[in-house]
Design a protein around this ligand. Structure first.
Ligand code: PEP
Ligand code: MG
Length: 587
């Protein structure tokens, strides 16, 4: 087996060694293989065996997931079982085999075609999604037509997932099963939601590998180095040993870093800062607190929708919010209202196909169109606020009118709850995310309307620099230290402070030691990030003096390029504290 290395973008740190599991697509045959009429009965039996085996597999996976992860995660396999049991599907298979005297593969291929065309003609995202479910089920039957003996059960075994692309919904499902050692994808960028999810679940991941899904096959051995953004295919023994020792060092360092969780969050000159956690699942709260989080700075509530094919009820929302608020208490929890659209399209919300989804009906734009859904969410958040540690955060605000409309709806929901004598925090803070350049430019006006601000640097950088955050072809332009970005962020932070309002950065920038230093230099003290990065940021910020950083940033702001700014910070700060930053760079 040939040994080669591929370079990509390391989006979730850590090293894993394991066997490839390609999320391969079965190619349904285009060639009809005929059989003699006396073989038809035998072929029908072969098909029945494959269906039976598929049913057993699906039931097994469904039960395993239910046991390990809970009912809500197993829904997709429930749906697949229902598809498999469909009477018309079975009669279609049999009819084709009998009428055309052909192999079962051909009947599956024909049926797959028929449903494919049918769903496609409906031209609706929801049904398109159902089409891929049918493909999933038929592909499984198709694979099971091969000799059963030579098949191994892949599900449940620990593998490295290799795929062209992984949508956030697929990622939520696949990665939360706990049997994925690492992920290697052709597509994706540092701040794509799949990358964020991989980091949250502590699964090493390298994306932007262009064509790894075509270059490897099932059974190949891979080393995925999510720290350095490299994938090694079929490495020889000496290289494996080298990487296993690197993995050991990495794990030891992480253990070491975690000790900072118990130390105070103060700079050398005693300026207090607060590390907060960005989470997608309630299960992450305890991990975040154990890593030193002093609150949940961002709960991406849209992930509630990614775990079910139907719409969550107010009770579903409430049980998740109140669980997070309870587990994080007395620390604050910032619940962001749904940020759907863009890369996070959810079939059950039936958002129309848009030519340019990143500039389309995303986040608050969607919530203000579908006010009933929005009010359900607001009610649930308010109900979960009775312990007074919940805050509400609105994503993708572009103009003041949106804030006014949100406040109006908020008032309505509060009045409804009061009328029903349901307890909630009357003074629950309302904040907005600054992630659209237009909102950034009117920070001075917006900040007067709300209790606090949170800068979403992932989107702010994407929109300000016109660089798609999940497109690897332009990722070289995605520069958080671009002087334009730094000027903008400095303005936002200083404006909020001038008004005496609280401000947090909750984009990935807060998780990068060098960028975090920059933000500290602008006066930022609240850093919200993926929990696994908290120890390294805490260690970095504890190693510097706020007043020195501030002075260095004054000088850095006179420079012309991201590279010059980076060099200035390395030379004047990082190089002076090698113990705090050396390993911080590695992780
Ligand atoms: C951001 O845009 O920086 C952010 C935190 O929101 P998300 O990554 O969920 O778009
Ligand atoms: Mg955002």
């Amino acid at each position: 087996m040939d040994y080669f290395r591929l370079r990509g973008i390391g989006v979730s740190p850590g090293i894993a060694l394991g066997e490839v599991l390609l999320t391969e697509r079965v190619i349904f045959t285009e060639r009809k293989e005929s059989i003699s009429p006396d073989k038809v009965e035998q072929e029908l039996k072969r098909l029945k065996r494959a269906i039976k085996r598929t049913k057993e597999q699906l039931t097994h996976i469904k039960d395993q997931i239910k046991k390990k992860m809970g009912e809500e995660y197993s829904f997709i396999f429930e749906a697949h079982l229902l598809i498999l049991e469909g009477k018309s599907l079975h009669s279609d298979f049999e009819r084709i085999i009998k009428e055309e005297n052909c192999r079962a593969e051909w009947s599956l291929s024909r049926v797959h075609d028929k449903y494919g065309k049918l769903f496609e003609s409906l031209n609706d995202e929801y049904f398109k999604q159902r089409k891929s479910d049918i493909t999933d089920v038929l592909a499984r039957v198709y694979r099971n037509l091969e000799s059963v003996d030579q098949k191994k059960e892949d599900e449940g075994r620990e593998k490295i997932l290799v795929s062209h692309e992984l949508l956030p919904s697929e990622a939520a499902l696949k990665l939360s099963k706990g049997n994925v050692l690492a992920v290697a994808l052709d597509m994706g960028g540092q701040t794509s939601h799949t990358a964020i999810l991989a980091r949250s679940l502590d699964v090493p991941a390298v994306v932007g590998l262009h064509n790894i899904s075509q270059k490897v096959k099932n059974g190949d051995t891979l080393i995925v180095d999510g720290t350095d953004g490299e994938v090694l295919v079929n490495p020889p023994l000496a290289i494996r040993k080298e990487f296993l020792s690197k993995k050991q060092k990495y794990n030891d360092y992480r253990k070491e870093l975690r000790k900072t969780a118990k130390l105070s969050s103060l700079t050398l000159d005693d300026v207090k800062f607060s590390p907060l956690a960005n989470i997608e699942l309630p299960e992450e709260v305890n991990l975040a607190l154990s890593l030193g989080a002093e609150g949940i700075g961002l709960f991406r509530s849209e992930f509630i929708y990614l775990q079910s094919t139907s719409l969550p009820s107010e009770e579903d929302h409430f049980s998740i919010y109140s669980r997070i608020a309870k587990e994080a208490y007395p620390y604050p929890v910032y619940i962001r209202t749904v940020d759907v659209g863009g890369e996070k399209n959810l079939p059950q919300l039936k958002i129309e196909k848009e030519p340019n989804p990143a500039l389309g009906l995303r986040a608050i734009r969607f919530s203000l169109r579908d006010k009933d859904l929005f009010k359900i969410q607001l009610r649930a958040i308010l109900r979960a606020s009775f312990q007074k540690n919940v805050r509400i955060l609105i994503p993708m605000i572009t103009e003041i009118e949106e804030v006014e409309e949100v406040k109006l709806l908020f008032r309505e929901v509060k009045d409804e709850l009061k009328a029903k004598r349901i307890k909630f925090d009357e003074k629950i803070p309302l904040g907005v995310m600054i992630e659209v350049p237009a909102a950034a430019a009117i920070t001075d006006l917006l900040v007067k309307e709300v209790d606090y601000l949170s800068i979403g640097t992932n989107d702010l950088i994407q929109y300000y620099l016109a660089v798609d955050r999940s497109n690897e072809f332009v990722s070289y332009l995605y520069k958080p230290l671009h002087p334009s970005i730094l000027r903008l962020i400095k303005f936002i932070i200083e404006t909020a402070h001038r008004e005496g309002k609280e401000i947090t950065v909750c984009g990935e920038m807060a998780a990068d030691p060098l960028s975090a230093i920059v933000l500290l230099g602008f006066g930022l003290t609240k850093f919200s990030m993926n929990p696994i990065f908290i120890p390294r940021i805490k260690k970095a910020l504890r190693s510097v003096e706020h007043k020195t950083v501030k002075r260095v940033m004054q000088k850095a702001m006179t420079l012309k390029t991201a590279q010059e700014i980076e060099e200035c910070i390395i030379e004047n700060i990082l190089a002076k504290h090698p113990e705090a930053f050396l390993m911080g760079q590695v992780i």
